[in-house]
Write a protein that binds this ligand. Structure first.
Ligand code: NAP
Length: 236
């Protein structure tokens, strides 16, 4: 059966490279982007016949619903849903200085958006034999690693807590799915130089970051309900 993947936030950065790597593996990939022009441009510049654009703003319920309808015109199943879209608005801002409105905006996209994406597309993922949902997370969201100082101490309360909440989605849906249902897992690419961190130097390339996500997306090992970095399972 033909394989289908949907990647959100894929007009640039890590998402764009995830699309490329899955398209090379002969998936039909729906490249999700909230901006029509940027999404179309990304599809054109990738140059694959098996990549098509699906507009989706994950903070907008109607947009998610119309993305689903657009995909249903092509297929009734999704083998991979990669929840990659995300924002970080509080780099360099101390918790004591974080504005409530900024925190809400981050939760709106990273947490509520990802939650709605999972609920909306779950019926399509369930229709695939071995369907998988990958939530892109960060090691900075691991409470254990943060408390133990195992990662660079970037105390970004807003961004980090939204991804901790995304990890909760992974655990909760994973618990619901058990061993027989679809799989849901969280994967961190690790520090990757992108617009998200204002292109901070010293990170992985977007292709390297994407490779880690694609490795787990295509793995035969069942990591349902786990969060992972390039070396394997990481603590909550
Ligand atoms: N870079 C890192 O070091 C790193 C580390 C760990 C995890 N991550 C995670 O990796 C993922 C990709 O980030 P990136 O580093 O590649 O950043 P990026 O280059 O800024 O890409 C983020 C993507 O998300 C999209 N997006 C933002 N809000 C959206 C919304 N409401 N609806 C749909 N799409 C939306 C952006 O679209 P626009 O172009 O329209 O803004 C863009 O396509 C994120 O989830 C991030 O948290 C990144």
């Amino acid at each position: 059966m033909k394989k289908f993947a949907f990647v959100t936030g894929a007009n640039k950065g890590i998402g764009y490279e995830i699309v490329r790597q899955l398209a090379e593996k002969e998936y039909h990939v729906f490249l999700g982007a909230r901006n029509e022009e940027l999404g179309q441009k990304a599809v054109q510049s990738l140059g694959f016949s098996n990549v098509s654009f699906v507009p989706v703003d994950i903070s907008d319920t109607l947009s998610i619903q119309s993305a689903k309808n657009k995909i249903l015109e092509v297929t009734d199943h999704l083998d991979l849903l990669i929840n990659n879209a995300g924002i970080a608005l509080d780099f360099g801002i101390l918790p004591s200085e974080l504005k409530l409105e900024t925190l809400r905006q981050e939760f709106d996209v990273n947490f509520f958006g990802t939650f709605q994406m999972i609920q909306t597309f779950l019926p399509l993922v369930k229709k695939s034999q071995g369907g998988k949902i990958v939530n892109v997370t960060t090691d900075m969201a691991s409470q254990t690693m943060f408390a133990n100082g195992e990662i660079p101490q970037l105390n970004i309360l807003g961004y980090n807590s939204t991804k901790t909440a995304v990890n909760s989605l992974t655990l909760a849906f994973g618990t619901e799915f058990g061993t027989s249902g679809p799989e849901i897992l969280g994967v961190t690419p690790g520090f990757t130089t992108t617009d998200l961190n204002h292109n901070a130097p010293g990170g992985k390339t977007t292709a390297e970051g994407a490779q880690i996500i694609v490795k787990y997306a295509l793995s035969d090992t069942n990591y349902n309900g786990k969060i992972l970095d390039k070396n394997g399972i990481i603590p909550w």
